[in-house]
Design a binder for this molecule. Structure first.
Ligand SMILES: Cc1ncc(COP(=O)(O)O)c(C=O)c1O
Length: 417
């Protein structure tokens, strides 16, 4: 029996208002990622012999390092690792503290009280509002961005105040433009650098401003940093916690998903203010029973070997270089990001003498339909599309071929920017 069948039963009447109440599932709006999925399926059907180049995927194209996989196999075989992990093992916490010191020069993190493992950054973002948000409280989010903390804030009867990330402001939020009335009601400020989708990086000066602003308005800062170690061209990875006073105002979320090609493994950590970490631990303890100890041990091995991430960064850096060069030849104004695997470029206005693109989504749909190139559009603050350099390609020659193919497909039309 299908889900639709049950829409006519009492089950449909029982849904909570936060997910749409009795209207749940009847919304005819199709969400962005579903539209992309459908357009990809239609394009493949229309052109079964043409390779679909997928630049839309937000996760690594390769598997985890062989040493990490071997460690998992070894630890998974030990009977003592079989049980509930609860709020985590000391070995992982110590590896995380050492990683913060080695990669980000963050001193003085107490592994016992200031770090806790998470089953990835996403569930941590989903739980943090439970720690802080009462009905009517505000969470400040940045758009375009990763919405999970805002979604849960709304689930709890809180409000979301969106701050736009614009090119003019280097995709950093202008904290001074947040109305005082909002700042005073805000409990949480969500930040994410290097940023998904803009690829922008924060600066020490910006983080210093964040600390001062948070102290002025008594706001808790959540810095979501799953891309923090993926930086390019000698730019040092930057942690919010490396800025004086950061630990007084907030926490940072790290994840092995992107920096260690471990999206499916579900492991990361929260670090920072010990009182926030403690309260988060209490809420977490009521949500999950911890990640499998063998995964924590394999992840600890990964954190002790940050050169694994450096090799991954080198690959993305090389891919970004090629893609930026090709897009600029075509007429885009592409700039290599400081970090992350995302390249965020302004969509063209249209095709010279032809079709107009009213939105980034319009352009992205055109790229899938006509060129079999998949990207993700963002219309929240200007019209941009996001390329991800995690496209499938084994080795440099194959990478070059894929990017040359993009160039070939996009040079038979002239875009108007
Ligand atoms: C900004 C941001 N935060 C969090 C996540 C989720 O990371 P994790 O796999 O650690 O849950 C993602 C994944 O796409 C992301 O882009």
């Amino acid at each position: 029996m299908s889900a639709e069948h049950y829409q006519s039963t009492y089950i449909q009447e029982q849904f909570a208002a936060r997910i749409g109440g009795s209207n749940y599932g009847k919304d005819t709006n199709i969400y962005k990622f579903e539209k992309i999925k459908r357009a990809k399926a239609a394009a493949k059907k229309a052109h079964p012999d043409v390779e679909l180049i997928d630049m839309g995927v937000g996760e690594p194209d390769e598997m985890a390092d062989a040493g990490i996989v071997a460690k998992l196999a070894e630890e998974a075989a030990k009977p003592e690792n079989r049980g509930y992990a609860d709020n985590g093992i000391a070995e992982f916490k110590h590896a995380a503290a050492k990683y913060l010191k080695e990669v980000f020069s963050v001193d003085g993190i107490d592994a016992e009280t200031e770090i806790l493992h998470t089953i990835g950054a996403k569930p941590a973002l989903a739980m943090l509002p439970t720690v802080f948000i009462n009905p009517g409280d505000v969470a400040i989010m940045t758009v375009p961005g990763y919405p999970v903390l805002g979604t849960h804030t709304k689930y709890l009867g809180g409000e979301v105040y969106n701050v736009q990330l614009t090119k003019e402001n280097n995709f950093l939020p202008d904290l001074n433009a947040i109305p005082e009335e909002i700042a005073k009601r805000a409990k949480l400020l969500y930040l994410n650098y290097p940023n998904n989708p803009t690829g922008a990086a924060a600066t020490t000066e910006f983080f210093e401003q964040v600390v001062a602003w948070a102290k002025k308005f008594n706001v808790v800062v959540v810095h979501d940093a799953p891309y923090a170690a993926l930086t390019y061209d000698g730019i040092r990875p930057l942690s919010f916690l490396s800025v004086p006073g950061a630990k007084d105002v907030g926490v940072e979320l790290h994840s092995l998903s992107k920096s260690y090609n471990m999206t499916g493994w579900r492991i990361g950590f929260i670090a920072g203010n010990p009182l926030i970490v403690k309260a988060f631990g209490d809420v977490k303890d009521n949500n999950d029973s911890g990640q499998f100890i063998a995964i924590q041990k394999a992840a600890a091995y990964g954190l002790e070997n940050p050169q694994i991430t450096e090799a991954i960064s080198e690959k993305y850096s090389r891919r970004h270089n090629r893609l930026v060069a090709v897009l600029n030849e075509i007429g885009f104004r592409a700039e290599k990001p400081k970090g992350s695997f995302f390249l965020y470029v302004e969509a063209p206005k249209g095709i010279v003498g032809g079709q107009r693109f009213e939105s980034a989504e319009d352009f992205s749909q055109y790229l899938i339909r006509e060129k079999l190139i998949s990207t993700v559009p963002w219309d929240d603050a200007g019209k941009f599309i996001r390329f991800s350099v995690t496209f499938i390609a084994q080795g440099e020659a194959e990478e070059a071929r894929v990017i040359d193919e993009i160039k070939r497909r996009l040079t038979d039309v002239q875009f108007e920017f």
